[in-house]
Design a protein around this ligand. Sequence first.
Ligand SMILES: Cc1cc2nc3c(=O)[nH]c(=O)nc-3n(C[C@H](O)[C@H](O)[C@H](O)COP(=O)(O)OP(=O)(O)OC[C@H]3O[C@@H](n4cnc5c(N)ncnc54)[C@H](O)[C@@H]3O)c2cc1C
Length: 439
Amino acid sequence: MLKTHTLIIGGGLAGLSAAKALEGKKDYIVAERENRPGGLAATLTKGGFHFDYSGHLLHLRWPETSRFILGALGKNCARIRRDARIYAHKSWTPYPFQANLSGMPDKVRSECVSGFLKAYNDRRQPRAASSGQDEAPEVFTRWTRRVFGGGISKHFMLPYNAKLWQYPLGRLTTEWCAPFVPVPRPEEIIEGAYGKKPVGLGYNTVFSYPKRGGIGALPSALARDLGGLRLGLEVESLNLGDGVASVRHFGPVHFKRLVNTSPLNEFIARAEDAPAAVKRAAASLRHNTVYVLNLGVKGVKSDMHWGYFPEECFPFYRAGIATNFSKDLAPRGCASFYIEIATPGSALDLASAEAAVIKGLKACGLIKSAGQIVEKLWLKVPCAYVIFNRERAEALPVIFDWLKAKKAFSIGRYGAWKYSFMEESVKEGLEAAAAILKR
Ligand SMILES: Cc1cc2nc3c(=O)[nH]c(=O)nc-3n(C[C@H](O)[C@H](O)[C@H](O)COP(=O)(O)OP(=O)(O)OC[C@H]3O[C@@H](n4cnc5c(N)ncnc54)[C@H](O)[C@@H]3O)c2cc1C
């Protein structure tokens, strides 16, 4: 029987960061079910190409985590100014759409500008006293029309988000919007529609990325000296009250403290002693699934980092060219593409999806012919974007109150069931370790 002070489920960035902070100070085990560390931040190699699970760019915002991440990467890190675009109405325009309408045809541009100004004026009118019905969380369809107006909503916000979330936008709540959807001022809208220079807004105008090895260079650097990292170990069930986990092909592991980074709904389903109300809450959580088609392509001319595709005739919501942020990702003379397709969880017919992707890449001019493609790798992210809805808002306090009573942490993008970045997973890993060391 194996005993450890802290059991960490999952060796993605959250689990690795927690382990790194515990190393040499507390006895711990990271149980990672795959045979490699990194979780979604891993990089896979095929035919001389290094493919990430779609674009995984470092958006560093906080001093302590920036130091930790940049310290792990050392000299293997570049800082890059974003070149992101939107393709709609047979035209490219810089990201974000709402601040860069200049690339759109005249009719679309004036519909978007006048709609925004009307919504802006409406927002400035004194509001009637609340009838009480406004107390429910605002849903995305209403929020986008209120904030951006009819034109921007129709031409970008609604079709793009419908494709990404794969969930009715009239039921999607908006807690996730503030950090991810920039809201320009009226003068920025006008400048972006009729001025000469792109308006750079949003959380990621500059990002960092490893010079070599893809984003997987970061988890590899963190994992290097971790004595407690165990690959190929899947936690199948656990009892938080008894402090014991059952690990596939291994047996019981006894622990005093637990840090979970696996998806919250699966974790609670595995927790034998979770009360029925907690199990019900976890079962109500929803997420989408993303399929990433990675392509090795020769003869690519574009300098763009990534593009957003709101229109239905494109099966993907985003496509990027990873070699435009690191040449090391492909053999000389080749580029590496990542193309993201979301489903509500249903299986994707990969052959027909691939044909539709190639048609789309040709239609927007990123490639001329399928003959340019020299390598491909499909990757699936079963739980990719967690759905923000009323059920989530009601379920999380029920689940986290129970976990708190059991002194267990559930952290990271999926452990905490949120829309977050790699840096936030690192931050939560460091914070969980600090809390464990304090007691
Ligand atoms: C399409 C897409 C694009 C993204 N782009 C970016 C980006 O550009 N920039 C950015 O900062 N972030 C991006 N992210 C978010 C980023 O991937 C995550 O924030 C981060 O990698 C999550 O790390 P984590 O450790 O919290 O979770 P994960 O990486 O999911 O790690 C959890 C680990 O737990 C393991 N595990 C699960 N169940 C068990 C079990 N029962 N037993 C043992 N092990 C288990 C898994 O194998 C996995 O390794 C993107 C996410 C997606 C889906």
